[in-house]
Write a protein that binds this ligand. Structure first.
Ligand code: SF4
Ligand code: SF4
Ligand code: SF4
Ligand code: FES
Length: 740
């Protein structure tokens, strides 16, 4: 991109060609006010508050800085009398049909119109005239409050809905003075395809669209805003927690986040009530006379130490098991597994749902060297084609889902493979519905046809793989006819899919986890990997293989040893009689147990010594002899690793609830009760220890993570992280094309 130079307010400013005047000014830290503009959205030039004076010799004109291109030699003034006059006039026009009830407005303190009126000294409009009276909060949805009386018609909500969420629910109705924001047919949101993610709320600069839940509960200046990471799924969205005292009043977008660029899903933005629940555990609980009774930590840990010692003496250390939650931080997972291995001496460590991800973890690690998404989510915007293996993506990983939609909206072609597509029908160029369980056969048919037809990336295959001839023979019987009969598709469908794969480069393949806790299909993982290898789609922007880890920190749990590689599925040991003591560290953000109903029943009948740590008295906790209170993500420091291998820092928004203990503290005291010395480590010291032990983490430090997440491998403190894997080839040399 070439550089240009212009003069703004008498200063020489360097900008990139293609920048707008606004972008050029911002690079030079020169402020130009805006209202309809937002960096997360395409500009629309509907308010003209960003006017600046473009000077050309003896005459000049007012232009909108947010859309007008900066040019070499241009002379711009941002604060001359005509500019100020124009801005004041625009603000008066807006206020002429806007209630002046800032004293009681819920958005006071975060309203961009109020800030601009203050800046330009506008108290009221001199342009009195007809005003609108719309019903307030007419929509029955539980989260989004509408008050069109306050709407300034900036259309940021429409752009948020169509460009960010790609839901196309909002539009403008009527013309001229009666123009207003509406759903397509004026229906309520619930009947308009609205996904209640609230991107429109996040982008509304005034109180026209706002959060319903916190209304009347606090003013914006009473809230303490801290950046955090959502623990509800593997997307790892960064957001801001807005707390008044200890109460979480709302969750708002953080637009500086690389993982989600300010977008959130409905659960992430609105379903946080559990954090305010008074039923949260506040102290260790033991059953006394059949009744749960709060006990001091010393007593709980003494009891724990006695029982643990007795079990180890009677049955050996392997009689103990540790089941961790995949929504614990990396630091907590690391410390717990280290404690179990070194203090108790048991290898029986697992995390809930490990079996779901195990096939992907094993196959990708063994064949490529690393696991997780090979490319960042945002890189889908560089794809020419996308194969989506499972349309449940909007349920399992909503932010990856909206990125797929954004990519399609910008021209990428989409092939959806799912027997009954739940979503993405509208976006798909090609929809294939193979019989359930035959998806791997379908991919093998594509592989075979691409190889037979010499439609693969021969230079990539020669350079970066081995075994193409072996793969060709292994797939010889996967003709389109045989695959059609197995999958229930037609050979024409299959041929179209072959053409799709052959014609689109770069091509990304996205595969969300199956619903219901079913593990990824091993053969499907192998086939998808082989497909991306023969088509040369690894190691490049817009390509990649995106198997999506199911929970907030599933990748971290595997990386930090919260598994017993040779023998996962700890809870399966329940029926063997060999497990005598189980620690269920099941801090779950929604207060659900990580045990399936079967497992909870097995726990009940197993008669083992059960200890549960959780936020609430969960179903599993009810079976325990000792229950310990857990810390939610909002009250602790640590890191999560999202689906893209991005390690992101969590900082406590409020001090830990009285009666809770950070894991490092808990284990230090537990070891003390066992008569063993175990260092007391802070989350920061634990991160340093992890970085010393894991070469891919060596460059990850808390100060660096404060600036935003980093994607491993990050082997040195000056390493920028690795957004796209394998750009320089595979760590162990050419990859064998095979089905292991
Ligand atoms: S909540 Fe989302 S889908 Fe619904 S109107 Fe707002 S942006 Fe559109
Ligand atoms: S509802 Fe909000 S975002 Fe939408 S046009 Fe009105 S003021 Fe702008
Ligand atoms: S997409 Fe996932 S991480 Fe993002 S807000 Fe929703 S639940 Fe949270
Ligand atoms: S901010 Fe430029 S036209 Fe509205």
């Amino acid at each position: 991109m070439s550089k240009i130079h212009l003069t703004i307010n008498g200063r020489d400013v360097e900008a990139d060609s293609g920048d707008t005047i606004l972008a050029a000014a911002r690079k030079a830290d020169i402020r130009i006010p805006t209202l309809c503009y937002h960096p997360a959205l395409p500009p629309e030039e509907s308010c003209r508050l960003c006017v600046v004076e473009m000077v050309r010799g003896r005459w000049s004109s007012l232009v909108a800085a947010c859309v007008y291109p900066a040019r070499e030699g241009m002379v711009i003034e941002t604060d001359t009398d005509p500019v100020i006059k124009a801005r004041k006039h625009i603000l008066e026009l807006i206020l002429s049909d806007h209630p002046l009830d800032c004293l009681t407005c819920n958005s006071a303190g975060s309203c961009e119109l109020m800030d601009l009126a203050y800046e330009y000294g506008i108290k009221e409009s001199s342009l009195a005239g007809e005003t609108h009276e719309y019903p307030v909060d007419p929509d029955p949805n539980p989260y989004i409050h509408w008050d069109l009386n306050k709407c300034i018609l900036c259309r940021r909500c429409i752009r948020a809905c169509s460009e960010m969420q790609c839901a196309h629910v909002l539009t403008k109705a009527n013309r001229g003075f009666n123009q207003r924001i509406s759903t397509a047919f004026g229906n309520i949101l619930g009947q308009s395809g609205c996904e209640l993610d609230g991107q429109c709320v996040a982008l509304c600069p005034v109180d026209a669209l706002s959060e319903k839940l916190p209304r009347g509960r606090g003013r914006n200046w009473e809230m303490n805003k801290t950046r955090s990471v959502c623990p509800l799924c593997g997307c790892g969205c960064v957001f801001d927690l807005n707390l008044k005292g200890r109460e979480l009043l709302k969750i708002t977008s953080n637009f500086s986040s690389a993982a989600n660029q300010g977008a959130l899903c409905r659960q992430g933005r609105f379903e946080y009530a559990y954090l305010n629940q008074p039923q949260r555990l506040k102290a260790p609980l033991m059953k006394q006379g059949g009744v749960w009774t709060e006990v001091p930590w010393e007593k709980a840990l003494e009891f724990l130490a006695d029982k643990t010692k007795t079990l180890i003496t009677q049955y050996g250390p392997e009689s103990l098991g540790l089941m961790l939650s995949p929504v614990l931080t990396n630091e907590e997972l690391y410390l717990w597994q280290k404690f179990a291995r070194t203090v108790w001496g048991t290898p029986h460590i697992d995390h809930a749902g490990s079996e779901v991800w195990a096939p992907v973890q094993e196959i990708l690690t063994q064949r490529l060297g690393l696991t997780g998404m090979t490319n960042p989510t945002d890189d889908l915007l560089n794809s020419s084609g996308i194969i989506l293996l499972g349309s449940q993506l909007m349920e399992t990983h909503p932010i990856v889902g909206i990125k797929v939609r954004q990519a399609v909206q910008r021209g990428a072609r989409l092939l959806v493979i799912d027997e009954v597509p739940r979503t993405f029908r509208r976006q798909a160029e090609l929809l294939l519905g193979p019989k359930p369980g035959t998806e791997a056969a379908l991919l093998q048919g594509l592989l075979s046809a691409l190889i037979q037809g010499q439609r693969y990336d021969a230079p990539f295959v020669d350079r970066q793989t081995t075994g193409i001839e072996g793969l060709k023979s292994a797939l010889a019987d996967r003709t389109l006819e045989s695959v059609a009969s197995e999958t229930g598709l037609t050979t024409r469908d299959l041929q179209e899919a072959v053409d799709f794969v052959a014609q689109h480069r770069p091509l990304a393949l996205v595969c969300p986890p199956p619903l219901g806790g079913t593990p990824f299909d091993r053969e499907l993982v192998q086939s998808a990997l082989n497909l991306q290898l023969i088509t040369g789609n690894l190691g490049k922007a817009g390509g990649g293989l995106a198997f999506l880890a199911p929970k907030a920190n599933t990748l971290g749990a595997w990386e930090l040893g919260a598994v017993n590689p040779g023998n996962p599925e700890l809870l399966a040991r329940l029926g063997t009689g060999k497990l005598k003591g189980l620690f269920l560290i099941a801090e779950d953000p929604a207060g659900r147990s990580h045990c399936s109903p079967d497992q909870a029943a097995a726990l009940k009948s197993s008669g083992i010594f059960l200890v549960v740590q959780d936020l609430f008295l969960s179903e599993a906790a009810e079976q325990a002899e000792l229950v310990l209170p857990a810390l939610p993500y909002s009250e602790k420091m640590g890191t999560f690793t999202n689906v893209e291998r991005r390690v992101q820092l969590l900082k406590p928004s409020i001090p830990p609830s009285p009666g809770t203990l950070w894991t490092g503290d808990l284990l230090h005291q537990f070891a003390g009760a066992l008569g063993i010395s175990w260092p007391l480590l802070t989350p920061g010291q634990t991160l340093e220890e992890i970085a010393r032990n894991l070469p891919t983490w060596a460059g990850l430090t808390a100060p660096r993570l404060e600036q935003g997440g980093l994607q491993w491998p990050c082997p040195r403190p000056d390493h920028p992280g690795t957004p796209i894997l394998y750009t320089e080839g595979f760590p162990a040399g050419p990859v064998r094309l095979e089905f292991t």
